[in-house]
Write a protein that binds this ligand. Structure first.
Ligand code: PEP
Ligand code: MG
Length: 562
């Protein structure tokens, strides 16, 4: 959405905010295409034969891969992993094989590179989920290889000398991973969802970030912009002194939030459990050092992404115990294997599904392979016994009450508390009956949004639909929370929505009893909750539910907070 004020240069663009914070600085527009003139001038490259053309490709692809590796060496964590993966893709034998074949059949080099990339993009895209994200990486590699061939600089971010706001169509991993927060003030992209590379890296670097901003690239290069990562606005024409005052105020507020030590309680005494999402023993130990009351989501499948064979019960017990151990005296919600779709696991996933997000994933894997779930539950029960940590167990992708009942019976049979995730709209609509069968519910807003809005959660051009502030998604959450209140049983949220401090108020106002999130989000969310009354949360919930769209809902809740 673009709003303009005819009387002045003031312009305000809006998008989906993914990392909170205010920033003010000149817009640096990122060039993502290789100049067409240079490509035309290169023509067929004048290579003597197909072998000579392939040798030119090898040199260009190797230079691109080395560029990625050099950046990886200067980065760390997720950024370094993403860059190393891109280097691997640039050296990919299959991609090279495609180029060779096309050269052999008479295509010129640039057409051969583009054709081979297009073929692999098609393959990745049809796989959906995380694999589809690789399509962006491949297209980025294509542009870089072509740039090398025609003697142009590789497209992407040229870091500024002065601090600036990066504005791009979408940022490739190579762009985001090399970012230096000292000179990059904020990220604004026209495309990209809340799970895109841009969003992941922005969260890691703590850079204010807004995605899905239509018209962002029409901003005048170098014009000063005020980016608001809470409201999702990019404003031009703001008085510089006023902008700097607002940024400073925001910096002080954020520093205050970081000093929050818990527990979370509204000003009138309603306690809300703030919990961590973890993937393994290492992340659990790090989270346990923070102000959390336990783990609200242990994604067990992440320990098995690189496993060809199913680990034995004893081996599984060791993996689970490493997570339970640091939380002795608190509690951990273990989620059983959520394999399939965006998280393929070699020993569990069903191959060749037309539509894996709607296929045999999560709990459904146990329908024709009950032993898989039984052995996992045995492993969890052993770890719980060994560590003495209170352990709750929940199943992902539950669609019917019968599934919930059957799962609960198996979990309780091992002396543990049983729950299910609410990720499928049918589970939300039948939450009251689900709660007759289980001890607790946990809402996975990432998948609940995907299924309620019929929008792939990884889609980079549908950010406005994959937004948990969508009124339909909020209605499903409200129905589930209300069922929890009626039954007197806990209902938590463990999707990304719980990490949004503003949305957290709405969720608590609906009656959500716990919020589980990435450890980095715990303090801002806990601090925000501890500054408001339950009455404010309830009014926030009412306002958000009544709003016609996500942007209006956010504005309404912000207005309530003054
Ligand atoms: C969710 O869907 O919101 C969730 C927490 O599960 P995951 O993101 O692992 O699919
Ligand atoms: Mg999920």
């Amino acid at each position: 959405m673009v709003t303009t004020d005819a009387a002045s240069d003031d312009r305000q663009l809006r998008g989906t905010p993914v990392v909170p914070g205010l920033a003010y600085g000149p817009a640096l527009l990122v060039r993502t295409e290789v100049a067409e003139q240079a490509i035309s001038a290169y023509g067929d490259g004048g290579h003597a034969d197909a072998d000579a053309a392939l040798a030119a490709y090898d040199t260009a692809a190797a230079a691109v891969a080395e560029g990625f590796e050099a950046k990886a060496g200067r980065a760390s964590g997720a950024a370094a992993e993403v860059l190393t993966a891109s280097a691997g893709l640039a050296r990919d034998k299959g991609l090279r094989g495609g180029v060779k074949k096309r050269l052999g059949s008479g295509e010129d080099l640039i057409a051969a590179v583009r054709g081979s990339v297009e073929q692999f993009v098609g393959v990745f895209t049809s796989m959906g989920g995380l694999m589809a994200e690789r399509a962006t990486d491949l297209k980025d590699i294509e542009k870089r290889v072509v740039a090398r061939l025609v003697g142009e600089p590789e497209p992407g971010v040229q870091l500024p000398d002065e601090p600036a706001v990066l504005v791009a169509e979408d940022l490739a991993p190579a762009d985001t991973a090399g970012l230096d927060p000292a000179v990059v003030l904020a990220l604004v992209t026209e495309r990209g969802g809340s799970t895109s590379h841009t969003a992941i890296i922005a969260r890691q670097l703590g850079l204010p970030c807004i995605v899905g901003v239509a018209g962002a690239l029409e901003l005048a290069a170098g014009s000063p912009v005020l980016v608001d990562g809470v409201a999702g606005t990019v404003a031009t024409g703001v008085d510089p002194d006023e902008a700097r005052r607002l940024v400073e105020e925001d910096r002080v507020l954020r520093a205050e939030l970081e000093s929050w030590t818990g527990p979370a309680e509204t000003t009138d005494g309603t306690r809300v459990k703030v919990l961590a999402n973890v993937a393994d023993g290492e992340s659990a130990a790090a989270a346990a050092a923070g102000p959390v009351e336990g783990v609200g989501l242990f994604r067990t499948e992440l320990s098995f992404l690189n496993r060809k064979d199913e680990p034995s019960v004893e081996e599984q017990a060791d993996i689970y115990a490493a997570v339970l151990d640091p939380f002795e005296g608190r509690y951990v919600v273990v989620r059983t294997l959520d394999a399939g779709s965006d998280k393929p696991i070699a020993f569990a996933t069903h191959e060749g599904e037309e539509n894996p997000a709607l296929g045999v994933r999560g709990l459904r894997l146990s329908f024709d392979n009950p032993g898989l779930l039984e052995r996992q539950l045995d492993g969890i029960a052993r770890a719980a016994e060994r560590t003495g940590t209170e352990t709750w167990v929940m199943a992902p992708m539950v669609a019917t009450v019968a599934e919930a009942r059957d799962f609960a019976e198996q979990v309780r049979g091992r002396g543990l508390k049983a729950g299910v995730m609410v990720e499928v709209p049918s589970a939300a609509l039948l939450a009251h009956r689900m709660l007759e069968a289980v001890d607790f519910l946990s809402i996975g807003t990432n998948d609940l949004t995907q299924y309620a809005m019929a929008t792939d959660r990884m889609a980079t051009d549908l950010a406005h639909l994959t937004d948990p502030w969508q009124p339909a998604v909020l209605q499903l959450v409200a129905i589930t929370a209300e069922a929890g209140k009626q039954a007197g049983k806990p209902v938590g949220v463990c999707g990304e929505a719980a990490a949004d401090p503003l949305l957290a108020l709405v969720l608590v106002g609906m009656g959500i009893t716990s919020l589980s999130m990435a450890a980095a989000a715990v303090r801002p969310v806990g601090a925000q909750l501890s500054r408001v009354s339950m009455d404010t949360c309830e009014r926030a919930a009412e306002a958000a539910l009544a709003a016609p769209d996500p942007l209006t809902a956010r504005d309404a809740v912000r207005a309530l907070l003054g």
